[in-house]
Design a protein around this ligand. Structure first.
Ligand code: PLP
Length: 256
């Protein structure tokens, strides 16, 4: 069986982070493993508190997995602080996994910082190691300093992120008012990955789920563009069937 590893934060509410990733891995037919970088006390309404995991234990988790088990793809989510990013870079350079999907998680829907603002520069050191990076509009604005309001701006942002040393950019357009179309850029060609908007408040964990599904598809041997297109279909249906759990933003549904 093909395998995928998520390096990310835990969401006690089960909708985002490690929990979303492992569900998406299972639903997409790969064996999921996890390296936990932070524990969030969280539900559908808010992130109440965050405990970063000691870097020694993060390093040990990475080594325990890679020393024993074949890892076909890695997905990276919440990294919280510069020291965590450093340990993850070390691990990736040591084990050189074939595919790395980097979701540059920065701020939760409720406004809680999941990446310390001062860690953004450190995050840029991780970019050249990624097969693909999957920023949403606010994350792309932080990475590029641009204001993004339309498809032209998205193209400029893709080019600017590519110049940071990333192999491929998937810029997610869901935060714009238009249809939630994403832009895929590999340094040569732009591909528009079209989506349909579902009017629901239950969108907690959509970014995590999409990047985990891309990693699962890469682990299964799909080309990158195929992996992204299939993952986009997967997240669209997962949002269409999202769950009205809790009192805030309910989670996407993996096993509809
Ligand atoms: N919590 C954790 C641990 C995450 O990794 C993420 C995702 O990126 C979130 C929360 C954010 O979830 P959302 O903004 O979709 O509510």
């Amino acid at each position: 069986m093909k395998t995928a590893l998520t390096i990310a934060g835990s969401d006690s509410g089960g909708g985002a982070g490690i929990q979303a990733d492992l569900k998406a891995f299972s639903a997409n037919g790969v064996y999921g493993m996890s390296v936990i970088t932070a524990v969030t006390a969280q539900n559908t309404v808010e992130v109440r508190s965050v405990q970063d995991i000691d870097t020694d234990i993060i390093r040990d988790q990475i080594e325990a997995v890679f020393d024993d088990i074949q890892v076909d793809a890695v997905k990276i989510g919440m990294l919280s602080k510069p020291e965590t990013i450093e340990v993850v870079i070390e691990g990736l350079k040591k084990y050189k996994p074939s595919f790395i999907v980097l979701d540059p998680v920065m701020v939760s829907k409720g406004g809680h910082h999941l990446l310390q603002p001062e860690a953004v520069e450190k995050l840029k050191e991780l970019l050249p190691l990624a097969t693909v990076i999957t920023p949403n509009i606010p994350e792309a604005e932080v990475l590029t300093g641009l204001t993004i309001t339309n498809l032209d701006d998205m193209k400029k942002a893709c080019e600017k992120i590519y110049e940071l040393g990333v192999k491929t950019v998937l810029l997610k357009g869901g935060h714009l008012n238009s249809e939630p179309n994403d832009l895929f850029y590999d340094g040569q060609t732009f591909h528009l990955i079209e989506g349909k908007r579902f009017y629901t408040k239950n969108t907690h964990g959509t970014g995590c789920t999409l990047s985990a599904a891309i990693a699962a598809n890469l682990a299964k041997g799909m080309s990158l563009l195929d992996a992204v297109q299939k993952a986009k279909c997967y997240i669209s249906v997962a949002i269409e069937h999202s769950l009205d759990l809790g009192h805030g933003h309910g989670p996407t549904h993996h096993f509809y």
